[in-house]
Ligand binder design. Structure first.
Ligand SMILES: Nc1ncnc2c1ncn2[C@@H]1O[C@H](COP(=O)(O)OP(=O)(O)OP(=O)(O)O)[C@@H](O)[C@H]1O
Ligand SMILES: [Mg+2]
Length: 336
């Protein structure tokens, strides 16, 4: 069965399995529960499910149950009648009605409180509900797809999630494994994002050095694909060469793979000026203060030499006041 992958990238065995289930389940009206850690691509998958269904030309209506305050969520989902509560000056259509004929995506369903869980259960069973403050029953034809990064079985065991709702939702479970369990996809995704961002920024495609590739695969990516995506965007802006090398990697990745933060090669600006780097501090075994003092000392010396000791001139060359220069010299004499 061929599916429109809708931009989902990956060739790992576990993702292949996901595609196989996607192909089978998309054409049906069965309820699907997508689980996986944050950033694993749950929303992308649910959109693909809709795109591959016979409802694809009907609405796809997402709602994030965790992002809407509890007392507004019911009316957001089911709509309300005029006068249902203080600010209900007119009646309003809820997301279930908007999704009629299409798919509703109940994102972060694990955040739903118990009273709303009962109401969702009823829609799942009867395909009907009442608007807040209303008495008429509304019938809808919606496919329900839900996602969560919680372990719903644990939530059930601890009494925070209704068992009957869990079974109703979990008809077709699809689990998106964390990125660290799909090594094969890390570089595939990394290169894809790098390509997208380099193109966006109008720069030549960056390559990943072999060591960089090893480090990226070794790192556990706690923020999953989202973290990798953000990281590649940053690289596409900050990397100064044609190849991404370990110097370009953030400390947390280097730390994890047990690689000392590298001494950056000097970065030359157009005038040939070399900015000092942390590597210079380390090489000199100096702290920031000592290092800055030394730089200041050199510039003061040079100015005094050039002005042959005329403090007015030296101060002017340095762009500071004469009194400031004298103060600095005093301090130095005192400490030196
Ligand atoms: N397999 C993939 N191919 C391409 N892009 C992906 C893939 N998986 C995730 N992404 C991208 O990573 C980002 C996060 O994905 P998404 O929002 O679907 O994750 P999520 O599981 O819903 O996360 P959360 O639990 O935080 O809501 C998005 O920009 C998405 O496009
Ligand atoms: Mg999401």
């Amino acid at each position: 069965m061929v599916v429109d992958r809708s931009g989902i990238i990956g060739e790992s065995p576990s993702l292949q399995q996901v595609f196989a289930v996607l192909a089978k389940v998309s054409p049906t009206d069965s309820t699907v529960l997508v689980t996986g850690e944050s950033g694993t691509g749950k929303e992308l998958l649910v959109r693909a499910l809709h795109t591959n269904s016979k409802r694809k030309n009907k609405p796809f209506v997402p709602i994030n149950c965790g992002a809407i305050p509890k007392d507004l969520l019911e009316s957001e989902l089911f709509g309300h009648e005029k006068g249902a509560f203080t600010h209900a000056i007119r009646s309003r259509t809820g997301r279930f009605e908007m999704a009629d004929g299409g798919t509703i995506f109940l994102d972060e369903i694990g955040e739903l409180d118990l009273t709303l869980q009962v109401k969702i259960l009823r829609v799942l069973q009867e395909k009907e509900f009442e608007r807040v403050g209303g008495t008429a029953t509304t019938k809808v034809n919606v496919r329900i797809v839900a996602a969560t990064n919680r372990d719903l079985e644990l939530e059930v065991a601890e009494g925070r999630f209704r068992e009957d709702l869990f079974y109703r939702l979990n008809v077709i479970p699809i689990h998106l494994p964390p990125l660290r369990e799909r090594d094969e996809d890390i570089l595939l995704l990394g290169r894809h994002f790098l390509h997208v961002f380099c193109q966006q920024k109008g720069r030549a495609l960056l390559q990943l050095s072999p060591t960089t590739q090893n480090f990226l695969v070794a790192y556990p990516w706690p923020g999953n694909v989202r973290e990798l995506e953000n990281f590649m965007e940053r690289i596409s802006i900050l990397c100064e060469n044609d190849e991404v090398t370990p110097e370009d990697l953030p400390e947390k990745i280097l730390k994890f793979v047990g690689h000392e933060a590298p001494v950056r090669p000097p970065r030359q600006s157009q005038g040939g000026f070399v900015w000092p780097s942390l590597g210079d501090l380390r090489n000199r075994k100096q702290g920031l203060k000592e290092f800055m003092d030394e730089i200041e000392e050199r510039l003061l010396q040079e100015a005094l030499e050039e002005s042959q000791g005329v403090k007015n001139q030296a101060a002017e060359m340095l762009g500071i006041k004469r009194t400031t220069l004298i103060e600095k010299l005093k301090k130095r004499n005192a400490s030196g």
